[in-house]
Design a protein around this ligand. Sequence first.
Ligand SMILES: Cc1ncc(COP(=O)(O)O)c(C=O)c1O
Length: 511
Amino acid sequence: MSNLPTNRTNKAKQTNGNGKANITVEDKLDPKVSIDMEAPEFKDFAKSMVDYIAEYLENIRDRRVLPEVKPGYLKPLIPDEAPEKPESWQAIMEDIERVIMPGVTHWHSPKFHAYFPTANSYPAIVADMLSGAIACIGFTWIASPACTELEVAMMDWLGKMLDLPSDFLASSGGKGGGVIQGTASESTLVALLGAKAKKLQEVKAEHPEWDEHTIIGKLVGYCSDQAHSSVERAGLLGGIKLRSVKSENNRLRGDALEKAIEKDLADGLIPFYAVVTLGTTNSCAFDRLDECGAVGNKHNVWIHVDAAYAGSAFICPEYRHYMKGMERADSFNFNPHKWMLVNFDCSAMWLKDPSWVVNAFNVDPLYLKHDMQGSAPDYRHWQIPLGRRFRALKLWFVLRLYGVENLQAHIRRHCNFAKQFGDLCVADSRFELAAEVNMGLVCFRLKGNNERNEALLKRINGRGNIHMVPAKINDVYFLRMAVCSRFTQSEDMEYSWKEVSAAADEMEAAK
Ligand SMILES: Cc1ncc(COP(=O)(O)O)c(C=O)c1O
């Protein structure tokens, strides 16, 4: 470590029981040695890391996408205890390839097709560096005004990019506004808690004789049988019943929702919340928001729209038909951190009337109060944790450095790659599509039973050259090929198809 400036000391004062200083002790450190990394060294370390990052990402295609390590691989590679003496940053740099990379699944490789994408871009990485340097906790406006105000502005930029109804936007001058949550799961839960608070207040006004416990016991929420598991979890965490409604062609239709609500009303229950998914996890199907929204409005049921993955595509006008009925929703969420080149975490959520959420979670200790309360959002009331990072910087950097045009091009490229892969699949008579190709996702399978397809996926992942995960709908098992990397080229689709085809050949040869 570098030498300290001469005016620094390592003296520490000790106090007696009355709090008065009575002894001054020299600590054991050499007074010339700083306990901090100094700026020149930080610059060298950071530059070296930036070089490493660029090298890693530009050559990521050459790495084996799935690691070959076994559980427990890392423990023997590092000491059992933290070092007593400081080490050099060069030693850390050397350990990245030795300790970390062997156990990394390379999510940004064009050969990674599992789950849904998680975004990654240089502008977002640089923004995260600045966020790390400012390192504020923006729970109230005064805790760092730029953190709150940039978030309000970015959520409006983004809302306009999607052509969201204006009453979701802060700039409309109404109640609405946006907030950056960590994940779609948090957004679903926050919306559920807001809806619960709203319904509790309404029912209490109507039935002052009912206690809160009785009302909560009657509350029921809805989602389709294709909704993400985080919706079910939100129901558990929120302590309410959540009904899974049968989808039609993987989409939730208005009449099915209506029937479920009518039945619950007839049974004396209180419908209060429904999740409409735009872009389901299994097959990227789109619930009918126009129909479900109308049903929700009719029955005074809060409509939350979960567009975690597919929402990014709504920056392209040609995909906005899926948003039909958005004006009927109460809250809307998608993850720029999935498909819009903003690194995790950045989950964009808009509320038409945030006061239900703000009031539901409002605790106001003296140490968090400030003079400007009410003039700008105090985002601590819009979310579950108190602390929050300066995530709006990532959006600001990405939106400015790509421009809407290039972000649209990114989405369209991925959708075209999925079509290319789908065509390759259909051209091979051994295979069939398990669902319509939607956005950047292809659901496909070998014709025949589930066991064949389970064996196929095992073989594909076992070869280690590409990585996919399966899904099952109505007991039909299939493979999902998600286009995930911003480095993906048309040749990568050909490569991935060849891998699938080779694995199928191997299976035939092994018969
Ligand atoms: C439709 C849908 N909703 C919610 C989620 C959960 O997202 P998060 O990890 O941001 O909570 C996912 C994840 O893929 C998803 O596909």
